[in-house]
Structure formats: structure tokens, C-alpha cells
Ligand binder design. Structure first.
Ligand code: ZN
Ligand code: ZN
Length: 308
């Protein structure tokens, strides 16, 4: 298994001199297991990935692409219309995302191409695409040597966490999510007041199930890519945004005995120097619990042999 980060910015893409080293593209990760190509999220990072795949000296020789969407907030799908393999008749694309009773995945993704948003409708794209809706807490194979497991994340309008498992490595992809103690997110908007809120029994049980599900994705994983958009003091001001902190991610990764934690979904305002400082501070803390830690940056490539 080889993992490569193509976009690690949260909320919206950024550019400029302060964002050069970690990059400004939003969520997109490439996972390669032998001939199987998996793409996690279709943020703006999927655009340069698509270009690389279509170049004559492409690093991978396959025309079958499995795209897993955590949720359809803009930052996780806004690159989809600009994914160059969509224009290639030889591409077979399977897009996976959460089953929702009120709006099929296909309607949201295909709807991002076409009137009034895009000049070429989805139905005119030459690639052959099918959509597969997934449920929480399931495991299925997409190739003889590649299994995918899902879990529910604690995020407004809900999101799916994925684990990709193969004999050559395992990756947990957990974004976007809040911790599992203070607020339970569902399909309704959660407003926040400073008063202490109490969760009913059912909400507490649901959060506990989510917490366990996320630990199950992470257990013994070679790599855990985790939403760490907030520093702890930022989280206390915006718990209703549905994002997490490095402290929380380290706690879970240590409990799951994962090998390497990758801080992900960087706040769009966070400069290179600020991310350097966060990485340095938390790397020392992670080392105390025998955990490798890196801040995600565009181009970061991870294999068992060498995490570069
Ligand atoms: Zn996001
Ligand atoms: Zn989101």
C-alpha cells in the first residue's frame, strides 16, 4: 500500500506565500494497493491527481478508480467536476458515499456538473461512472486483497470514516469529526450556547457507538489520517463546527495502537510556520505514547518501508 496526500486543507482552498509547503488544496488522498486505485474525497486536490493519472508517464497503470466520499460538504467534493479522468471514455469510476434517504449520492455529485454550475453536464462526460451508497459499520471488499470498513463520524449532516485494509498496509481516514463527548451531530443543524448541555441517554449511547466504531477503524493501523482542524482553545469556542483537535486524535491513536498519526484538515488560515509549530509540539507529545506524528502536506507519501 502506498498513500499520497494531494490536498489536506479544511473548509476551502487557499493560496499564497504562507501556504506553500503544506499546500492549499482541500481533502484528497490517493491510496494504491497493487493495481487497485482508491481516492479518498474529491476536494480540489483531486484536480492535480487527475492530471497526473492522465499524463503519458502516469505512475499508475489502471483506468479503474474507486472514489470514497466522506460527506458532500463543498471542501470534499468541489474538485470532482475538474477530475480529468471523467473526460476519458476508458475510465471506470465507482463513487462511494453515504446512503441518505432524502437525496441520492448520484444526485449531489452529478448535480455538481451541469446547469447552472458547470458547462458540460455529467451525462455528457465520457467516463463510465456508477454510484454505490454505503451504510455505517459495514465491511466489504473492492478487490481480492483490499477491504473497506465504514463508521459514523460526529459531524453536521453526518460523515463516513473509512478504513482501507490490505496485506501490505492499513489506513484509517477519519475526517470530518468532532470528539464524541459534548455534542451529537445528526442531520439537523446544531446551534451552540455556552450553557452546559446535557445529553440524553440515547445520544450518549450513539456517541459511544461512534467512538468505538472510530477506534475499530484505527486499531493497529499503519496510518491514521485524522481531522485536527482546531487547537484545543479554538475547539472550546466552536464545538458546533464538528471538528477535532490533535490532543483528541493522539488519545484515540494511542488507544488503538496505531503506528503513525497524520494531522489533517488544516484550518484554512493556518500558515506554514504555524503548522510547523503545531507539528513540533505534538510530535513530542505523541512520542511519549510511542506514536509517530506528521502534519499532512501535499506530496507526503507513506509506505511501510519509508514514511517520507
Ligand atoms: Zn471538511
Ligand atoms: Zn464537513
Amino acid at each position: 500500500m502506498q498513500v499520497r496526500i494531494w490536498g489536506c486543507r479544511g473548509s476551502y482552498p487557499v493560496s499564497g506565500a504562507d501556504f506553500v509547503r503544506y499546500g492549499g488544496n482541500t481533502s484528497c488522498i490517493e491510496v494504491q494497493v497493487n493495481d487497485t486505485l482508491i481516492v479518498l474525497d474529491a476536494g480540489t486536490g483531486i484536480r492535480p491527481l487527475g492530471q497526473a493519472l492522465c499524463s503519458p508517464d502516469s505512475h499508475i497503470k489502471t483506468n479503474r478508480v474507486h472514489v470514497f466520499i466522506t460527506h458532500t460538504h463543498w471542501d470534499h467534493i468541489m474538485g470532482f467536476p475538474f477530475f480529468q479522468p471523467l473526460r476519458d471514455i476508458d475510465t471506470y469510476l465507482t463513487v462511494y458515499g453515504l446512503r441518505r434517504s432524502e437525496r441520492p449520492l448520484e444526485e449531489t455529485l452529478a448535480g455538481s456538473l451541469g446547469k447552472p454550475l458547470f458547462p458540460i453536464p455529467f451525462t455528457s462526460q465520457p467516463a463510465r461512472t456508477d454510484f454505490r451508497e454505503v451504510d455505517f459499520y459495514t465491511t466489504f471488499a473492492i478487490a481480492p486483497d483490499v477491504q473497506v470498513t465504514t463508521a459514523r463520524l460526529n459531524h453536521p449532516y453526518r460523515a463516513v470514516g473509512y478504513r482501507i485494509s490490505s496485506p501490505s498496509g492499513s489506513l484509517a481516514y477519519v475526517t470530518d469529526t468532532a470528539p464524541f463527548d459534548q455534542i451529537l451531530f445528526g442531520d439537523e443543524q446544531v446551534s451552540w450556547s455556552r450553557e452546559e448541555r446535557t445529553l440524553d441517554e440515547h445520544s450518549r449511547e450513539t456517541l459511544q457507538r461512534m467512538h468505538q466504531g472510530v477506534l475499530d477503524l484505527m486499531v493497529g493501523a499503519d496510518w491514521v489520517i485524522y481531522d485536527t482542524m482546531f487547537e484545543p482553545e479554538e475547539y472550546t469556542k466552536r464545538p458546533h463546527w464538528g471538528h477535532s483537535t490533535p490532543d483528541h486524535a493522539i488519545g484515540l491513536a494511542a488507544q488503538a495502537q496505531a503506528r503513525h498519526l497524520i494531522l489533517f484538515h488544516h484550518d484554512p488560515h493556518r500558515t506554514d510556520r504555524e503548522i510547523d509549530a503545531i507539528e513540533g509540539r505534538y510530535r513530542a507529545r505523541a512520542a511519549e505514547v510511542d506514536l509517530m506524528l506528521s502534519a499532512a502536506r501535499e506530496g507526503l507519501t507513506l509506505t511501510r518501508e519509508s514514511d517520507q
